[in-house]
Write a protein that binds this ligand. Structure first.
Ligand SMILES: [Zn+2]
Ligand SMILES: [Zn+2]
Length: 184
């Protein structure tokens, strides 16, 4: 089971859309996906860097991993509106740790309005799904893929995110199948 949680306030239709896509895709591996609750920001406030006004992404992962163990899930994916960063990077769309079995995705910089453009809900959901699928791929042992259409291609910017598809290329899917121990 893949468990999805929201961290802090977030529009329900976004979480719902992500869960529905992940559930539909991962059903081919016999893995279910479900929303399991809204977490407050508070337990993650240690990740906040006041001088940057951002949260250090990887600090979220052990807490999400503890939840994964409690729920006996394969993976836990956190979704947040908080702006995430990593040392040496201005920002990150998300981060994952395969040994912890957890990942977090930020919607903060996926919104058109962040760049002074007109909001677009359809585009926002598409981007959110891609980032969620990307980080879940990392959780299950996939690395970055040279195929620019593959969801495991590294997104340096939203141009990359918008160019790639929401699913894994055949090579990545094959690897995923192996990593997940899917027997046919
Ligand atoms: Zn990545
Ligand atoms: Zn690929």
């Amino acid at each position: 089971m893949i468990v999805v949680v929201s961290i802090g306030p977030i529009e329900w239709w976004l979480v719902d859309g992500i869960v529905a896509f992940v559930r539909d895709y991962y059903s081919r591996f016999g893995i279910s996906a479900e929303f399991s609750g809204k977490l407050p920001v508070e337990p993650f406030s240690v990740a906040f860097n006041p001088s940057r006004g951002q949260y250090l992404g990887r600090v979220f992962l052990p807490t999400l991993s503890a939840l994964r163990e409690r729920l006996n899930a394969k993976a836990v994916l956190g979704i947040t509106e908080l702006d995430l960063y990593e040392e040496g990077l201005n920002f990150i769309f998300g981060v994952a740790n395969p040994s912890l079995g957890s990942a977090v995705v930020s919607l903060h910089r996926l919104r058109n309005e962040f760049y002074g453009l007109q909001p677009d809900e359809e585009v926002l959901l598409e981007r959110a799904i891609k980032e969620a699928m990307h980080e879940l791929g990392h959780v299950f042992g996939l690395s970055h893929c040279p195929n620019r259409r593959c969801v495991m291609h590294f997104s340096n910017s939203l141009l990359d995110t918008d160019f790639k598809g929401p699913t894994y290329c055949p090579r990545c899917e094959e690897k995923l199948r192996k990593n997940l121990g899917v027997i046919e």
